[in-house]
Unconditional design. Structure first.
Length: 82
């Protein structure tokens, strides 16, 4: 399946980018959310439509992180002391 793009964080809960591909995916997400917001405001879209676009993009990033992750649990970690 190849190397994981996202992996468990050393401290705290959740996952974070662990490869160049993961960082690129995160950057694309940020640019897409900012772009959707700017386009929505430019077109005078309803605020809920801009929020829906952000929600869809967030769900897509979460799905990608699950698919391309290292499949470890998203539990609290104490930097290897657990």
């Amino acid at each position: 399946m190849g190397k994981p793009w996202f992996g468990a964080k050393a401290y705290g809960i959740g996952i974070a980018p662990k490869s160049v591909e993961g960082w690129i995916a995160t950057l694309v997400y940020v640019v897409a959310v900012l772009g959707a917001t700017a386009i929505g405001r430019r077109l005078n879209a309803e605020p809920w439509m801009i929020g829906l676009a952000g929600l869809i993009l967030t769900i897509a990033l979460l799905a990608l992180s699950v698919i391309k992750g290292d499949h470890q649990s998203w539990r609290w970690r104490w930097g290897g002391k657990d």
